[in-house]
Design a protein around this ligand. Structure first.
Ligand SMILES: Nc1ncnc2c1ncn2[C@@H]1O[C@H](COP(=O)(O)OP(=O)(O)OP(=O)(O)O)[C@@H](O)[C@H]1O
Length: 570
């Protein structure tokens, strides 16, 4: 700045605003009498400067031209304000070097972001980049991403051929728009690069789950392309039934079942009630050469002891009182196909002996009959008990245990399947609402957290019931924690408290508490909707009305599925 006979250097901020003049209260004070009290304003946004004449007496000239309105200043531009000369010098600031985080730091940062997702009902995405064969060092690949990422985005190392990118605030569809151009930048350096995107809260709310989901989905992407994680990807079609398989343990289990299916050896499935034991048995049947033959299921715990034997082996007329006709038992009916014996540990010891004989000899004798009949049986048995313990306790025959447990698979309980839980919840909600012709809302992060925190003693069956319930209580575009049954909201054993009959007025203490994020969200949704109505559906104006950055407004409006009365105006 040259002011009369003196000159000085005035460092400028990257972002900010300063008024130039000789009056009190200006940021850049000059002593020249030809300068107005508030002569001009310099506005800096991300290093870019604009100079505006504030209706000064002598005006502002930039490079000899009098300006009106805001004038962008370039490096070396000379501005004259009365007798004061300003030379604008912009140091070229190199773009910041993007840090390549190690896996542990990346996981920590991801955990922090997930905390925000939960607290403020935001979205975020994790991108796994499986680089494929390349000689280019990771650091150079990261450089190639260049300005395709925002400053807030983080890049981390997932191994020698894998990168992770954290995209805070971006839901899956927005992340897709960011990742596609990144793949184009990487393609010349890593031609077989594949990207997988997983997003919170839909795909999970903990770091490991999201990372493994993104990684898994990257592997299914085409070379040079990307895929977004979602329920459809994990739906394994088993003929007339289907199963969701996403957690690593479940993926391995179903791979094992597929390998076991072609042989006739029995399979023993361990798992809690409702965990999907019958579905697993069905998978064995579906993948076996017996798939076109019957699949017969018997829950051994559901039948009174007196009936189990005739149910399994059949009975000739008059074999017992009530046997008015001859009847084939389940073993006979399942011949050629698969017999699924659920809760096999509950079989009476006498029946166990008879079953063992039938399996060994592949022959059965109906009750009240002397003839033997040939059967061709494949047994899949299941139990929630530890059969070896039952043997030790004398309640289960050891020889039958050996016969049935040629191969044992263990079905993990739902609480140990963090990846599958959100996918199953989403799918089961969709199914419940589709039955009544409604489309499913998004499940909020707070609701997802309630689901995650529940121990699910009834496993998938219980989750199915919960989502059926939620389908009847939800009415808007978002399924909130309050739409879930009360029993899920508090640790078991607590007495449920009734929900508040009337929403408390501002400042009053509510009759029962809810997560604050939920209340804040409701208020936000309401205000955004009101602003939108007041602005006639013009988002830019609505965002201004409530002082929300436009980008955030648009993002949230989409997530809340805010009605846009005059959307065509923009
Ligand atoms: N991974 C899964 N994907 C989709 N649906 C599932 C899955 N696991 C279980 N289900 C559904 O949950 C319900 C219970 O499953 P299933 O009957 O196979 O459990 P189970 O372990 O045999 O239960 P039980 O021992 O109490 O008879 C069924 O409606 C089934 O379709």
């Amino acid at each position: 700045m040259m002011d009369g006979s003196t000159s000085s250097i005035v460092p400028l901020p990257r972002d900010g605003m300063l008024t130039i003049g000789r009056g009190a209260g200006v940021e850049l004070l000059v002593q020249d009498a030809s300068v107005s009290r508030r002569h001009a304003r310099l506005t800096l946004v991300d290093g870019e400067a604009r100079l505006t004449d504030l209706d000064s007496h002598n005006g502002v000239r930039v490079n000899g031209e009098r300006i009106s309105g805001a004038q962008v200043l370039h490096n070396g531009d000379v501005a004259v304000l009365g007798g004061v000369t300003l030379v604008f010098h912009r140091r070229d600031i190199p773009p910041p070097q993007r840090l390549l985080l190690d896996v542990a730091t990346l996981r920590d940062r991801l955990a922090e972001e997930l905390e925000r997702v939960l607290r403020y009902e935001r979205a975020m995405s994790v991108v796994a980049l499986a680089l494929g064969p390349t000689d280019v060092p990771l650091a150079e690949l990261v450089r190639a991403l260049g300005d395709g990422l925002r400053l807030m985005d983080l890049v981390g190392r997932g191994g020698p051929t894998q990168l992770f990118i954290l995209l805070p605030e971006l839901a899956a569809d927005e992340a897709e728009e960011v990742v596609q151009p990144l793949l184009e930048r990487l393609a010349p350096l890593a031609p077989e690069v594949r990207a997988g995107i997983a997003s919170a809260p839909q795909d999970g709310l903990d770091a490991d789950t999201l990372i493994s989901a993104a990684r898994a989905v990257a592997l299914t992407a085409p070379s040079g392309g990307l895929r977004v994680s979602g329920p459809d990807l994990y739906q394994l079609s088993l003929g007339e039934r289907s199963v969701m398989v996403a957690d690593e343990a479940m993926v391995h289990l179903f791979e094992l079942l597929r390998r076991l299916a072609p042989s006739p050896i029995p399979v023993l499935i361990h798992g809690e009630t409702g965990a999907g034991k019958e579905l697993a048995a069905w998978a064995v049947h579906h993948w076996s050469p017996r798939a076109r033959q019957p699949f017969i299921a018997l829950n051994c715990a559901a039948l009174p002891e007196s009936l189990v034997e005739s149910e399994l082996f059949g009975a000739e007329r008059g074999a017992y009182s009530g046997a008015v006709t001859s009847r084939a038992g389940l073993l006979e009916r399942a011949s050629g196909g698969t017999l699924f014996l659920d809760e096999v540990a509950e079989l009476p010891l006498a029946v166990q002996a008879k079953l063992l004989r039938a399996l060994d000899q592949q022959r059965i004798t109906r009750l009240g009959d002397s003839r033997e009949r040939a059967v061709d049986l494949r047994i899949v048995a299941a139990t929630h008990r530890v059969l070896a313990d039952e043997v030790k306790a004398g309640r289960f025959r050891q020889d039958l245990f050996f016969r049935l447990s040629a191969s044992i698979v263990v079905l993990p309980p739902l609480r140990n399947r963090p990846r599958e839980l959100p996918l199953l919840a989403t799918r089961l909600l969709q199914e419940a609402l589709a039955r009544v012709g409604r489309t499913a809302p998004r499940i909020s992060a707070a609701a997802m957290e309630v689901l995650r925190a529940h121990p699910w003693p009834g496993n998938v069956r219980e989750l199915k019931n919960v989502m059926e319930y939620a389908a009847t209580t939800v009415d808007g575009p978002l399924l909130e924690a309050s739409h879930l049954p009360d029993s899920l909201q508090r640790p078991t054993g607590d007495e449920p408290s009734p929900p508040p009959a009337v929403a408390p007025a501002q400042g009053e203490t509510p009759a029962s508490f809810r997560p604050i994020a939920e209340e804040v969200r409701e208020l936000e949704y309401r205000r955004m909707r009101e602003a939108m109505e007041a602005a006639g559906g013009v988002q830019t104006r609505a965002a201004q009305l409530i002082g929300m950055p436009l980008r955030t407004f648009k993002f949230k409006a989409r997530r809340y599925q805010l009605p846009r009365p005059r959307a065509d105006r923009e």
